[in-house]
Design a protein around this ligand. Structure first.
Ligand SMILES: [Ca+2]
Length: 239
């Protein structure tokens, strides 16, 4: 606790954690100041929570409180330097694409504002990286284009997992019937996620031609209207 012996008595007391493990995806460092908890992830955007109102860490305040978040991030960086923390090394083979990864039978990339899934086998599967948990039930909407009849399976499966149930299993999935006309359509799936959602898996269906996803948005039934999580695939750059 290097802070406790410091003479900066006017400085707000901070607590720190550092988790350099679990792969670059999960590695994080944490600073807590009063009710505020900032999580610095090493391969995705920081998250900020007010634990006095949000013990479940469902509402990321990083955009509402940018000044405070920057100050906490700077304080955390200083602490990591002071203690000589070992930081996770980026894996050069790991190329995040809008926070989604190909898990099997496909390659994915961003192109022209969409996530393009190029099947390399019969059962393409992609998974999101972990995100701040969203309380269930949720509705996931996505805009997707698949190829014509005869060329693709006519259903997509959406799986969810959470910290209590980290694996993807048949008990935690929803089926979406597809329109196979080679055009974009909006689809919607209700996930009765009792213990929340912190990761998604999408099995877009059997296809020999590329499938395109324009966006994926997650809506909490507790706060309908605006998505609580969204991937727009708008930028060509990696995260
Ligand atoms: Ca898009």
């Amino acid at each position: 606790m290097p802070l406790l012996k410091g003479a900066t008595s006017l400085q707000r007391r901070s607590l720190f954690w550092h988790f350099p493990h679990g792969g670059p995806e999960e590695a994080s460092s944490v600073i807590r100041q009063g009710p505020l908890k900032l999580i610095r992830f090493y391969e995705k955007e920081d998250e900020l929570y007010d634990l006095s109102r949000d013990m479940g860490e469902t509402t990321n305040l990083i955009r509402q409180m940018p000044v405070r978040a920057r100050a906490m991030r700077a304080r955390l960086e200083k602490w990591l330097r002071d203690v000589g923390a070992v930081l996770p090394k980026p894996n050069p083979k790991y190329v995040p694409v809008g926070m989604w990864q190909a898990q099997s039978d496909c390659r994915i990339r961003r192109a022209g504002g969409v996530l393009r899934i190029e099947p390399t086998g019969n059962r393409p599967v992609l998974v999101s990286r972990r995100f701040g948990p969203v309380r269930g039930p949720v509705t996931v909407k996505f805009r997707m284009k698949t190829v014509g009849p005869g060329m693709a399976g006519d259903e997509t499966w959406l799986y969810w997992s959470n910290d209590r149930q980290p694996s993807f299993a048949r008990q935690r999935r929803a089926r979406v019937k597809l329109v196979l006309d080679g055009r974009f359509h909006e689809y919607s799936a209700r996930l009765p996620a009792q213990h929340g959602v912190s990761r998604l898996r999408l099995d877009p269906g059997r296809a020999r031609q590329p499938i395109e996803i324009d966006w994926i948005r997650v809506y909490s039934h507790q706060r309908p209207g605006r998505p609580v999580k969204a991937w727009e695939f708008a930028q060509e750059t990696n995260e």
